[in-house]
Write a protein that binds this ligand. Structure first.
Ligand code: FE2
Length: 470
């Protein structure tokens, strides 16, 4: 049985301004939302039944005792995708219906609107636990039969959708034959060999991946998240044309990022955001699992960017969801529904307090020191970024003297040059990890920057890579 039938719409407890979400990327962290307690109870039940189904009653009991955020202590990482799949099978209709009610009652959208067919269940174990899992050992679930049937039914009702599905399959084949595509997302380039339950999403804008313009993402925290495993927002980047690499989907070199915003969220809290704002997920450096899910509303007919490698065209209309007509999926072929961003283009963000330079020398382990600049320019808070022949370094003048590190993030090797820094911390522009400038340490003991030595000599800043360095 799906969530209970609609009651008369109530005025939202907190007034949400939908136009401000789409045009200004205003975001809301809501304590209350439509059908919250009913939905949370259903999610909880589905989780525990799923855990029992895949790992037995004893594991279920332990997870019930310790909470879903501690699921990694008991439930094998190899079975996480099976569990995610099971949860979607059991909960999808409730989640579509809940999203519709949030759109109508909580966001107050009056006209017909749309709910994306795609729902993402996110069970991301603490990185240090999950990365021990071999990617190939993760059990992959099949595509849900019920979804296949629904898509089939929707296609029969809507011949346009059928024609579209056929032409898309043909286009896909043709495209695969083409040697090179300009925009060709490659999961391996994004995640390397990291197993899905250990993944984090690099900073991105959803339309890069073929999601619609003006979407409103509902990011539901199921059992709470902290700063070490939450979603990362960059409100300061909104309205800018953010440059990115169309294969790895990471930010392009030279794309400076603002301070990442990370909300700790209680169980059941809902973050409502415009995914046209740059966002990502924190690499899970918390000791708790990220248990969350996302659905998406479009306040009008979805429109798409032309360039994306694939598109999300299947939607439920609010009218059909109101009547729980699950077979009536709507399709919006992106070629017919091309769009434009609703935001006005702003000034690109540039780092203040940074000097970048290239030096035609090598930084050898145990080798001679390299002159990288004048000590006079090293005002407190300034980051000196140096590209050497064989290394990339960053140097600060702190109250404890000069501090120098490699710019390579120890998580996935992303260059920290484009990340925000405030003189105390430097952030990875990839997955939001903060590093303490005084020590090079992150909050996770496994991730520490490679330390170099910088010192002053005759008014010059000298950089070296001593043998004793960690
Ligand atoms: Fe996203």
């Amino acid at each position: 049985m799906t969530l209970q039938d609609p009651k008369p719409a109530k005025a939202p407890a907190q007034v949400v301004d939908v136009t401000a979400i789409t045009k200004e990327a205003r975001h809301y962290l809501l304590d209350e939302h439509a059908l919250k307690s009913e939905l949370m109870a259903k999610i909880d039940k589905a989780f525990h039944e799923g855990i029992e189904k895949f790992s037995g009653p004893e594991i279920r009991r332990l997870v019930e005792r310790d909470g879903l955020r501690n699921i990694h202590l008991h439930f094998p990482v190899e079975k996480v995708r099976l569990l995610e799949h099971y949860l979607l099978e059991v909960l999808a209709d409730d989640l579509y219906y809940w999203s519709y009610r949030v759109g109508r009652d909580t966001l107050g959208i009056q006209n017909e609107f749309y709910i994306d067919h795609l729902i993402v269940m996110r069970i991301h174990y603490p990185h240090l636990v999950a990365r021990k899992a071999k990617a190939e050992a993760i059990l992959a679930p099949p595509y849900p039969t019920r979804e296949r049937m629904r898509l089939g039914m929707a296609a029969l009702r809507n011949p346009k959708m059928l024609g579209y599905a056929v032409s898309r399959a043909v286009a896909k084949k043709l495209e695969a034959r083409r040697a090179k595509k300009s925009h060709a997302y490659d999961a391996k380039a994004t995640h390397g060999n990291i197993a899905i339950p250990a993944r984090a999403h690099g900073a991105h804008v959803d339309t890069w991946y073929g999601h619609s313009y003006d979407g409103i993402n509902l990011w539901l925290s199921i059992d709470g998240v902290d700063e070490g495993n939450t979603v990362i927002l960059y409100p300061g980047m909104f309205g800018q044309e953010v440059k990115f690499d169309p294969v790895s989907m990471y930010l392009a070199e030279g794309q400076a990022t603002t301070r990442p915003l990370k909300y700790a969220m209680d169980p059941g809290q809902l973050l409502v955001l415009n995914p046209e704002m740059l966002h990502g997920t924190q690499v899970n450096i918390s000791d708790q699992t990220r248990v969350a899910l996302t659905t998406r509303i479009n306040p009008h007919k979805p429109r798409f960017a032309k360039e994306a490698p694939f598109h999300f065209e299947y939607w439920y209309s609010s009218t059909d969801l109101e009547k729980k007509r699950w077979g009536r999926m709507s399709v919006f072929p992106h070629k017919e529904y091309l769009g434009q961003p609703s935001w006005t283009k702003g000034q690109p963000y540039k780092h203040e307090n940074m000097i970048s330079r290239q030096i035609d020398a090598k930084l050898e382990l145990g080798g001679a020191a390299v002159d990288v600049g004048a000590i006079d320019e090293m005002r407190p808070g300034l980051r000196l970024s140096v590209d050497l022949q064989n290394a990339k370094a960053m140097i600060w003048n702190t109250k404890d003297g000069l501090k120098a590190y490699s710019r390579k993030c120890p998580h996935m090797g992303i260059d920290l040059v484009d990340g925000f820094q405030d003189g105390k911390e430097a952030f990875c522009p990839g997955h939001g990890m903060p590093f303490d400038i005084a020590t090079g340490k992150s909050p996770c003991e496994a991730f520490k920057l490679r330390q170099y030595t910088a010192y002053e000599e005759n008014g010059r800043v000298m950089l070296m890579h001593p043998k004793s360095a960690e």
